[in-house]
Design a protein around this ligand. Structure first.
Ligand SMILES: O=C(CO)[C@@H](O)[C@H](O)COP(=O)(O)O
Length: 218
């Protein structure tokens, strides 16, 4: 399983140091939460933050857009250095167009589903995506409690993925720690985002190593 530390919980006064720590600890992805204060009740980063992070690491920059009208921002995030751009199925009536736009801009296209949204809502999109992000908390804040009922959706998606021989990544995000990551991994998740568990600890490097160790056989 790949580990994607979420910089929402990192130390913004010394972000370069935190990025280096998780990079050296073996994290493959760096998860960047983009919040607009409309789609979710919180504000975070814009394309300038992604541009500043890009020269700091070769980790995959995984931009999770929690924004309304995502099409307005795709090109800016792509030009800033995003590798993966995730857009919520709940955020636009034209999600297929948005996913195509992400690919046209040279990035991997990811569709994101909230805890209250069924897998059936994205089923027709599965042939077009590089990744599906299943939210295991309601988006907007770090440090929330994992919603265990969502594990069933990871299983459902994994079943479809195997049956149809799709190769998209199955990413999980929210409340991931040394217990919940095991449930997600056994259900078929391939990437785990972890914010507070990693960065609000004494030793983020050890936490990344622990998450990798716990899921090394998945
Ligand atoms: O998308 C989000 C929150 O909306 C996440 O990426 C959080 O940043 C994860 O934080 P933890 O739940 O791991 O503390």
């Amino acid at each position: 399983m790949k580990i994607a530390p979420s910089i929402l919980s990192a130390n913004f006064l010394n972000i370069q140091k935190d990025v280096k720590i998780v990079d050296q600890a073996g994290a493959e992805y760096l998860h960047i939460d983009i919040m607009d204060g409309h789609f979710v009740p919180n504000l975070s980063f814009g394309p300038a933050a992604v541009q500043a992070l890009r020269p700091m690491t070769d980790m995959v920059l995984d931009c999770h857009l929690m924004v309304e009208q995502p099409d307005m921002y795709i090109q800016q995030f792509a030009q800033a250095g995003a590798d993966v751009i995730g857009v919520h199925v709940e955020a636009t009536p034209h999600i297929h167009r948005t996913l195509a736009l992400i690919k046209e801009n040279g990035c991997k296209a990811e569709v994101v589903v909230n805890p209250g949204t069924p897998i059936s809502a994205i089923q027709e999109l599965l042939p077009f995506v590089d990744a599906v992000l299943i939210m295991t908390v309601d988006p907007g804040f770090g440090g929330q409690k994992f919603i265990p009922e969502v594990v069933n959706k990871i299983r459902q998606l994994t079943k479809i993925r195997k049956k149809e021989q799709f190769w998209f990544e199955v990413e999980v995000d929210g409340g991931i720690n040394d217990t919940t990551i095991k449930e997600c991994a056994s259900a078929g998740a391939t990437i785990a985002v972890a914010g507070s568990f990693v960065f609000e600890s004494e030793d983020p490097s050890k936490k990344v190593a622990l998450l990798k160790e716990l899921t090394k056989d998945e």
